[in-house]
Design a binder for this molecule. Sequence first.
Ligand code: NAD
Length: 352
Amino acid sequence: MREFVHDAPPMRVVLRPGAATTATPEEAQRLGLRRLLVVSGTRGADTAQAVADALGPACAGVHTGARMHVPAEVADRGVEAARAAGADGCVAVGGGSSIGLGKAIALGTGLPLIAVPTTYSGSEATPVWGLTEHGAKRTGRDPGVLPRSIVYDPELTLSLPVPLSVTSGVNAIAHGVEALYAPDTSPLIALMAEDGVRAMARALPDVAADPGSLDARGRALYGAWLCGSCLGATTMGLHHKLCHVLGGTFGLPHAETHTVVLPHALAFNAPAAPDAVAAVARALDADDAPRALWRLATDLGAPRSLAELGLKDGDLAAVAAQVAGQAYANPREVTADGALAVLRAAYEGGPP
Ligand code: NAD
């Protein structure tokens, strides 16, 4: 018998082609919202405007100020825009950065959030917010920032370039992998994680072969949803901690860093998490899960090494010390030497 606690947050999800403009107004109506501020980054402004047009009189304004890692002043401007528009809710259109801004507005104002994701980051399925101030990223959990509805529209992801689709997809897989050995995992989370990893790992080669395939894009979003939900429901371990330090302190790009580190972090944890490794192997239809993850990303042309991403050899020890010095859940104890070995392998980029 496996003892567990499973806590399911309220979650409403719509996934279908065209949903951004057809389902978002319906979701707003279900939630009783009549004055929505639509937020995005500058690059997603056209899509945000299309969603705003579909909302018609229920749109109170469009704010295209989202930036990577939600700098505090960007969050403040978003909150001001929501107040100035007299908004009663917010729709975030875009990747993790836009959804991050939507969450910051929800945190600052208490307004409900609808998420319309355009990448596979999974942020839309978590109550985790992040803000960057004076070069340091703070994160926290607040049920108020969890989107009330998620609207997945595969058509919005057709423009996501293949390299970014691949790394964003492996970013999602990382959530599923770490949920499988999280201390607060549950039988339902394990099912979702395994199927999320399976769906994403099968979708990515199809997305790479035919980026215009709505079917493959839809399967990738399904995987992103499951893996993102696992991220929201559990406590992440060594892999996410390494990526947080590499991104937050050393400025490495988010999805690419996850892609490079994941096979090596899983290889390190494998001896202490045999059930999780077996589930990932089943999902990837492989004998050796860490190596299969490495092969998946490599075959799809993703970056392989932290060196390629711009990290310096001389920084490895500092990252290892930061990661080993913090307390967090991980199936295997992380010493500075252990963290350094994972980082060294990821820095060199060979098979785990
Ligand atoms: P992102 O939102 O910054 O998007 C990456 C790039 O892709 C941007 O240049 C963006 O303009 C572009 N883009 C997005 N969608 C596109 C599309 N459909 N077509 C073409 N270009 C598109 O990055 P991301 O990887 O989605 O998210 C990363 C951020 O999200 C990080 O800050 C990370 O910390 C955060 N995040 C938070 C959580 C959470 O639970 N709070 C979870 C995952 C990620």
